[in-house]
Design a protein around this ligand. Sequence first.
Ligand SMILES: Cc1ncc(COP(=O)(O)O)c(C=O)c1O
Length: 451
Amino acid sequence: MALADTPASPASLDAFWMPFTPNRKFKQSPRLIVGSEGLYYDLADGRRVLDAIAGLWCVNAGHRHPRISAAMKAQIDVLDYASSFQIGHPAAFVLAQRLAEMAPAGMNHVFFTNSGSESVDTALKIALAYHRARGDAARYRLIGRERAYHGVGFGGISVGGIGRQRSTFGPLLNGVDHLPHTLDLARNAFSRGEPAHGIEKADALEALLALHDPSTVAAVIVEPVAGSTGVLPPPRGYLRRLREICDKHGILLIFDEVITGFGRLGTNFAADLFGVTPDLITTAKGLTNGAVPMGAVLMRDEVHDAFMQGSVSGIELSHGYTYSGHPLACAAAMATLDAYTQDGLIAQSAATAPYFEECLHTLRGLPGVIDVRNVGLLAGIELQPWAEGAGTHAQAVAQHCVDQGGVLVRSVGDTIALSPPFTLERRHVDQIVDSLRAAIAQTARPTDAAA
Ligand SMILES: Cc1ncc(COP(=O)(O)O)c(C=O)c1O
């Protein structure tokens, strides 16, 4: 019997402190998933819902992809676990090379982690240690951005830009500052792809550097498209400008591609779509199609090579995880990358994106819809906040979608976020948009104005 078939008793519901969840409210009427297939989840009440968020921005190839399931089943019968501390197993090396082949040119080295949060903390540590390895230990500052989500490690929340995720946890990392976020509804509402206005928001980096002294700054980290705070595509030219400023001052640029990596935008990485190569790329989620935890930090050769000096017996970076390069995760990742590339799923993501965009923008003009923004198979529909509290409008729409439309979407603040599996077809796009249209119309309040 699969564990999912075991009913959740009241005691078991109480035992699991669920992450990022209003636990007491959830447990009054739990919503449980008991199965999955392709684009669909099976709920405990017998309903099948279309998963328009790919689990949690991760199941890009669709659920229980046969190639990935088969690879994991085969692996578990051969090698269950092997450490990567001073011993290894072949799959981790093969996977690293495979990732390097997919990465932007010149990024040929990979450090394995188990999650996006660990990838971010690893990348920040590598950035700090890189400067020190080059004899430039004065560079200790890190610059993040408002409205950034970089996971929940102390590094990630320090450079992250979500107040309520930072304020409960003390002083965080020293020497961190933040760029302004790039959302600009007044000038950019209903943009398709990169919004036209806002490149000057990158110039704020020069102002921060003037404030702190650029020679003290180690790295700048941004999500190329901020995901968890409402899907914010970068203004045209913005990322390139950040790259130029970082280059000018010898600062490393990190792209957090935990959501955008592996085809979400129709290219291997967001770096490819926007034509800007960072020094480090953090990944997780889609790397294994969500089937088993794994993350990876990809880096430019120059960053890696700076550590490969001194005694060959010395550990170059005092960092790593028990499960770095776990065999089961490597098997899942190899099969996932095959699905993305050899089975053409990244190409499919790119091919469906224009129809996705076209359909989503028909929601403009509905009551309370104040923005629709999208890039690739990633979209945000922002709703006018209701008086009873931030997020309540989007939560009502999301609830209506799952209850009435059979579509699972995600509410982040007052934005409905969409990030469907790449395998979706036009009819699925239609179902998602029809369900949103009905939900927005039927939950509308007299105070909701049309934009
Ligand atoms: C951009 C970004 N970075 C980091 C993370 C954290 O990943 P994880 O939850 O696997 O630690 C996320 C998760 O959504 C993310 O979107």
